[in-house]
Every structure is written in C-alpha cells, then in structure tokens.
Ligand binder design. Sequence first.
Ligand code: NAD
Ligand code: UGA
Length: 472
Amino acid sequence: MDLLIKNICCIGAGYVGGPTMAVIADKCPEIKVNVVDINKERIESWNSFDLDRLPVYEPGLDKIIERCRGRNLNFSNNIAHTIASADMIFISVNTPTKKKGLGAGQASDLKWVEASARQVAKYAKGHTIVVEKSTLPVKTAKVIQNILKTSKQNSNKNEPTFEVLSNPEFLAEGTAIKDLELPDRVLIGGENKHAIDALSSIYEKWVPKQKILHTNIWSSEMAKLTANAFLAQRISSINSISALCEKTGAEVKEVAHAIGTDSRIGKKFLSAGPGFGGSCFKKDILNLVYLYKYYGLDEAADYWSGVLKINNWQKKRIANYVIDKLNGTVSDKKITILGFSFKANTNDTRESPSIDICLDLLEEGAILSIHDPKVDENQIRLEFEERNFKNDTKWTFNSKIDENFQDSHAVIILTEWDQYSDLDWFKIEKLMLKPAWVFDTRMILNLDTIKKSNINFWRLGKIINENKLTPN
Ligand code: NAD
Ligand code: UGA
C-alpha cells in the first residue's frame, strides 16, 4: 500500500484547523493542504490579503500564511471536491457542550463531527485515512467508523475504504505556532500500521521520532481529555490556595514558586488567576463528568465537578471582592476592565473569566469601560448577549487604552497582556476618581511603582494593607 500522503483535507478552519494545517503545509511543501469550512465569512477572512484580518490571532501565524497560502495551503468552502481529492482527512470541527436533549449541560455535542463523517462518507474516493483532530469523548472513533462503514455498504460508487485514527491536538492558544513546531509529543491512536505510519511520516518531517507516541485509539481519545482535566485541576488547586493566602499573609506567588521547584510538581500551570477560561477546559471536564455518570462512577464525577466548582467560585469571589472594596456598591460607578480575551496573545473570548466578572458587576449596576488589544466591541457584545445581557448603555469599549481611565473608580486587570504590566500609574491616577482602586487578578503589576502612587491596590493571593483613601 502506498504510504505517501499527497493531499490533505482538513474539515474545520477554526483555532485548531487553521494553525495546525498552516504548520503542516509549511513543514511539508510537497503535500497539498486544503482547509474547508461551512462558514463562508471565516474562509473569506483566511483568504484576506490583509493579514490583520485573519480569523485567528496567533503570534507567528501571519508569516506562515504569507509563505504558504496559494502555494500548498488553500482555504475554501468547496467541501465535496476537497474531500474527494484527499488521501488523508482531518476532522477539526467544534465539539461544544450539548445545550439540549440527553446529556445537556455535560455531554459533548457531536453533531458537527457526525456531519463531517457523513460528508466524508459521501464524497471520499479510494482509500482515505480519517483523523480525529477534534477533542472527543472516548469511543467516538466507533461512531465515525460506523458512519463510514454503513455508508459504504449503501453506496454504489467505486467502494471507498477508510481507516480511522485519533490524533488529538495539544496546542494552547497564544502559543499555538510554537506548540505545533516544537510539541512535547504527538499522539497517534489507532490499530492499522499503514495508516499510523502514513500519519507519523508527516510529523516526522519536523518532530523527533521519539516524541511521536503510538497508543490504542481509546487511550489516545482518553489521554486528551485527561491532559486537559489535569491542567485545569492544577489551576483550581492554586486558585483555592490563593484565597487562603489572602486570609493568612502567605503570598500565592511565593507559594507557587516554592512548590514548583519540587521536580515532582513542576513549575508550569501554577499561576493563580481569575479562573480558567477558553473553549476546552470546562467542556472537556463536563464531558468526563458525563462519562463517569454514564458508567455509574458518581464519586469520580463529583471529584472532577469540584474543579469546575472552584473555578466558578474564584470568578465570583473576585467580583464580590471588588464590590466590597468599593464600599459595598458599584451602582453607577465607572469601572475600567483591562482584558477581555481568556488569556493573553489570543483574540478568543470563549469562556473568558472576564465575561462572568463583568456580568456580575453589570448586574450590580456598574458602568464598564472595557479595553482589549485584540478583541473587538462586537465580540464582547456577542458574549454578553449569549448570556442574555443586552443593555448596551451600561458598557463601552475603547481601543485607546488611556481613554478608559477618565473618571473611573477602579481598574480591574483580567487578562495578562504585556502592555498592562507597565502602565503609567502616576498619569492614570490623575484621571481616576478618588479613592482609586486597582485590582490585579493576574499578578502582573510592578508593586514598587503602584505603591508609590496614590492608588489603592489589590493583588490576587496577597494581603495588601490599603490606606490611600483620599477623597476627591
Ligand atoms: P472552532 O469553533 O474555532 O472551529 C471549528 C470550525 O469547524 C468552525 O469554523 C465551524 O464552522 C467548522 N465546522 C463545523 N462543522 C463543519 C462541517 N460539517 N463542515 C465543515 N466545517 C465545519 O473550534 P476549535 O477551537 O478549532 O476547536 C476544534 C476542536 O479542537 C474542538 O474539539 C476542540 O475541543 C479541539 N481543540 C481546541 C483547541 C483550541 O485551542 N481551541 C486546542 C486543542 C483541541
Ligand atoms: C488548553 C491546554 O493548555 C492545551 O494543551 C489544549 O490543547 C487546549 O486547552 C485545548 O484542548 O483546547 P488553552 O485553553 O488554549 O489550552 O490555554 P491555556 O494556556 O491552557 O489556558 C487556559 C486558561 O487557564 C486561561 O484562561 C489561562 O489564563 C488559565 N491559566 C493557565 C491560569 O489561570 N493559570 C495558569 O497557570 C495557566
């Protein structure tokens, strides 16, 4: 059997499909990589001449798109034709939590994965390797295999054949290109040696062979969910410690550093913050919880639910802390929000802690002035509307950062964008109403500078003795 892959199709041009395929195209100029999507606007943006208009912001992505687009990387809505000419198809579509029906609020909604499998079954020709790139509940490969098998039996075209592999993606947003170019590992789950070798040979163009792990297909699906659950668990653990630090005089940054030097614990993923966001941690843990319940393993379901419970509590307690420090009321008070993306270096706002914290303050009557270097006003509106908050008169967005501080009672740093770490607080202080407050939920501000200003300052995970209550 010919192992050489010449034509790749990726279904789904999102945060994973776009950057992943761009890197494959860059590293394998001999392979044609075609990314397809049902969303016309998204494809138009991927094809935009203005690289600032790419639908995904990732450092380094624009350069790769510039190099490869039109050479061996193409974006289109031509799904049927692209599937027909591919010898390997990546399914990289969204797998959000189900909103209604059986398992609503926990199970992953696999309708986009199923639809992709049906498109593959309908249009594929010859022998096609189908690769699960999306994060999926364990056993989904069986669903895909069944769709492909059944359609084959019903079809009268020239009998395509399929192999299904699992190849979950571990990139993090904001560092996607680095993660794809220098991955800790590439995971391939499957049984068929030819198919596994074909996929491995693509990664071997730039990833050392010993970093390409092979497992059975269920272990691969399970490992992806487990990795995200463990990462989220670490964040909830350190966030729970941050609250105790604030009561006792310990400093969470120092505690994290002290425990992180233990090589068994390791130093990564120990930054306390306003709670984890992003499209995946919550949905993947909910999915695990659903699987545990499905198999009657309720104690384990409760254990992992606890990680989400702490995450919600962290967001809530930050909003409550701000309200408390502003004399128990934020009604009609202007508050400046710095950062709306769920982490720095991405324009993604899905499940951003900023959403819940802003909505809690809006609910209390605050008037918000929001800034983010990569998120636009429309995206913020969509997030608020999604949570049924539709009052546009209570918040504004201003991309000119300095204009957000005028007459503000408080500033809350919610995303760790670099530019927020060295703001001129002496200048800002003059614009704000007194007593002025800064709440740093990302622990990025220079304490020496802020302490010299007349602004009251709170840092997550640390007791601060505020006494600068100078009235206006
Ligand atoms: P996304 O929503 O950004 O992109 C998914 C795309 O798939 C959308 O553009 C959508 O229009 C398209 N799509 C849906 N159904 C389609 C169909 N039938 N035919 C063609 N296109 C279709 O999602 P994402 O963030 O890229 O995530 C994709 C998957 O990867 C999810 O399972 C996610 O859990 C997983 N994942 C995401 C990340 C991340 O950082 N975002 C990292 C690792 C894994
Ligand atoms: C995460 C994982 O890191 C990726 O390996 C995985 O592929 C991806 O989910 C996925 O499956 O979607 P991502 O959500 O893009 O990546 O970003 P992270 O860096 O993991 O951050 C997630 C959230 O946790 C952010 O809100 C971030 O601010 C927060 N975080 C992260 C902390 O609060 N503290 C930390 O120490 C690290």
